[in-house]
Design a protein around this ligand. Structure first.
Ligand code: UDP
Ligand code: MG
Length: 344
């Protein structure tokens, strides 16, 4: 059998501080894998610039001048990790037998890519990279993340525990992934739904090489919330359930109140009255808000907006296309102009 054509997809948002090192390490690894005949010599590194404000795209583009293995996709604006990743995966699908996704900060051990490939040759279509420790994450991140996986499990969403977006997918799996049309992307939840033969590979997660986390608390919370509401309607069921309970309780109380009116005194009771008004009012607002959240999601989904827009794509460009731009001075304008010419 021919060696598989591999593309490694790396989403990058303002990763200028770490990108050179990431490229060097991944390229060196790829070279070794080619020598070991584990992958074809036409394999590529595909960096997706997710609308960075720093020199990320320049770094990607310039690296392509020297190295035919390094290619890039520049998104027209920042669309977030998940969509940037999808843009890369779907671009890479055209000419890869398998695709591996990894973060730009190399927190995930790149040596296990070799194991990914061995599993792929054994016939697995999806290989999950799973961290077997979280010692390098902060106490806070570790606990919130673990709480999140537990909560998702309780809500009936099947996730691979401690697996982020470090995984291998075969072309066939990517073809199926492309059929999931949701705009609210949560890849970790979608990939297990594909259902092809899958396995896990374990590794220790490291510190970020350089630069800062692009997932501050605010983004983490909204990511988690997105994950839940995209995959589970259990929260809506809980609302219905609590509504039913409240209804039955009020029936019981109703009978009791009637009894009081007939046989006792009903002057007091202002406290319970005012408390229940506030309690029920609060519950109703929460319930409406929660349902609104789902309706909002439907509203966004029905628009079917594209999940990303690709500005420049050098993935399929031969080295010669780069060379003809090589002599010119590097500034954004003539660079992009030259490339757009070649894309046409
Ligand atoms: N990222 C992206 N777009 C964004 C935010 C992040 O493409 O809007 C990329 C980022 O460059 C990195 C990956 O997503 O390659 C994961 O981000 P990060 O390492 O900051 O997250 P953490 O590991 O802290 O969860
Ligand atoms: Mg990271």
């Amino acid at each position: 059998m021919m060696e598989p054509n591999l593309t490694i997809v790396i989403p990058c948002y303002n990763e200028g501080a770490v990108l050179h090192e990431t490229m060097n390490q991944l390229d060196a690894l790829m070279k070794r894998l080619i020598e070991e005949k584990l992958i074809s010599n036409r394999s590529k590194l595909l960096f997706v610039d997710d609308g960075s404000k720093d020199d990320t795209w320049m770094i990607i583009y310039k690296a392509g001048l020297r190295n035919e293995r390094i290619r890039g996709v520049k998104l027209a604006r920042n669309v977030g990790h998940q969509r940037a990743l999808l843009a890369g995966l779907l671009t890479a699908r055209d000419r890869s037998d398998c695709v591996i996704s990894i973060d730009a900060d190399l927190q995930d051990d790149i040596e296990v890519i070799r194991e990914f490939l061995l599993k792929f040759t054994e016939g697995y279509e999806i290989v999950y990279g799973v961290r077997d420790n979280r010692e390098t994450d902060s106490f806070f991140k570790r606990n919130t993340a673990q709480g999140f996986y537990r909560l998702m499990e309780k809500l009936g969403v099947s996730l691979v525990y401690n697996h982020a977006d470090y995984r291998l997918m075969s072309k066939r799996a990517l073809d199926e992934l492309s059929k999931f049309e949701e705009v609210n992307l949560f890849l970790r939840g979608i990939v297990p739904l594909i259902g092809f033969k899958a396995t896990s590979v374990y590794y220790a997660r490291k510190e970020r090489l350089a630069g800062e986390s692009k997932y501050p608390l605010k983004k983490m919370v909204s990511f988690a919330f997105d994950g839940i509401t995209s995959f589970s309607i259990t929260p809506i069921r809980l609302v219905l359930f609590s509504g039913l309970i409240a209804f039955f309780i009020s029936l019981v109380f109703g009978v009791y109140f009637l009894w009081l009116k007939m046989y006792g005194s009903t002057v007091t009771g202002w406290t319970s009255l005012i408390t229940s008004i506030w309690l029920i009012g609060g519950l109703q607002l929460i319930a409406i808000g929660l349902i609104g959240e789902y309706i909002g999601k439907m509203y966004i989904e029905t628009k079917r907006r594209p999940k990303y827009v690709i500005d420049i794509n050098t993935y399929q460009l031969p080295q010669t296309a780069f060379q003809s731009t090589g002599s010119k001075r590097f500034n954004d304008e003539n660079l992009n102009m030259n490339l757009t010419q070649f894309q046409k």
